[in-house]
Design a protein around this ligand. Sequence first.
Ligand code: NAG
Ligand code: NAG
Ligand code: NAG
Length: 402
Amino acid sequence: MANTVVSLFSIVLLCITAAQGRKTFHLNNVWPTSYAAINDVDGICTTMVETQGYTCEEHKVTTEDGYILSLQRIPVGRSGEKADKPPVLLQHGIFSDASTWLVNSPDESLGFILADNGYDVWLANVRGTQYSSGHTSLNPNDKAYWDWSWDELASYDLPAFVQYVYNYTGQRMHFAGHSLGTLMALAALSQGQVLNMLRSSVLLCPIAHMNQITSLPTKLAADIFIANDIYWLGISEFNPSGGAGSKFVEDICNKLNINLSNLESLVTGPNCCLNSSKPDVSSEPTATKNLIHLSQMIRKGKIAKYDYGDQGQNMKHYGQPVPPFYDMTAISNEFPLFLIYGGQDKLSDVNDVQVLLNDLKDHDKNKLVVLLKEDYAHLDFVSAVNANQMVYDPMMVFFKNN
Ligand SMILES: *[C@@H]1O[C@H](CO)[C@@H](O)[C@H](O)[C@H]1NC(C)=O
Ligand SMILES: *[C@@H]1O[C@H](CO)[C@@H](O)[C@H](O)[C@H]1NC(C)=O
Ligand SMILES: *[C@@H]1O[C@H](CO)[C@@H](O)[C@H](O)[C@H]1NC(C)=O
């Protein structure tokens, strides 16, 4: 069963790559020259936070590699009382943005719940998402703008967000990430980055190891391998009306009978507790390189930097012929961690989480909270109508203790 799930995920990842590639390039055609204007009139504060009666501030930070990213801050709860607890930085996962913390009602959405409980809430948006599409010299129409994977999200975007909030508030903060947002934190923490500015970290559906790939049926593995290589070519020659690369992957998806409109539950697992009367949230673009990097992790079962697939290129980027590993055992044993995962989750599946927990086996027992929610899948942790009791209440107890 686990193998089927993982192989399915690999294929689906490629199918998404295809779909996403189209979307990204479509968006590129209509990308406004100045996103700042849109941000002010039509940003997350205006459309999702103030509409619920909350105060909201738009902030911007520029990363060391030139990406101009947006953050939203909710500094006051509904009671009108200013936050009297530390800042909390919320980091969304792949294909989403800060709206992920705001889609349900104020009593159900983490962004609002934290503000109502006296926390100073900061919402991050990574590069490439619609409200973080600025750059000091590039724009999303440039291929170079999309030349990144989660390596850069961990080494540039996350440190920029954390440093900005730390500078602005003068306080160390709690962090909570979902899905790829947890990998950003784990990668940064394993390298000792941002540690001195954080009080603790919450990992909702942690993504770290994706080891199951070793037992993939050979044929499927071969298909994925080929599809990846072809996709590489597809990038450099991408043609909005459908280049050879995207066509090839689309054919695989069609042959495997994967219904692209059912992708969400195929990828995330059967979410138990979403509000079915809420409209679907639109998905945000990501770099194709980011998806290839994730496929590499599945294929190799290792957490390593992006593999250029060529010793010369790897030498050039890393000074060694193979990409360096991220060592999860290097995370400081005294750093407070709250890890919660779902029994139905296909992305952050229980076996892979066990491997991560094994890496953390020497962690100070008083500094590590681990919870399993048997009936939850990937999206329940941010969107379930009962996540307030199941996830956010214990999370706030953890914050209080740390
Ligand atoms: C934080 O403050 C330091 C010192 O003033 C400054 O050098 C740095 O650029 C600031 N970083 C951010 C992200 O605001
Ligand atoms: C794909 O799924 C959608 C939504 O569930 C459904 O309406 C559609 O008929 C399906 N298409 C195929 C080819 O099965
Ligand atoms: C589901 O969403 C609808 C529309 O926003 C809302 O009226 C309803 O109260 C929600 N249900 C739950 C259980 O939160």
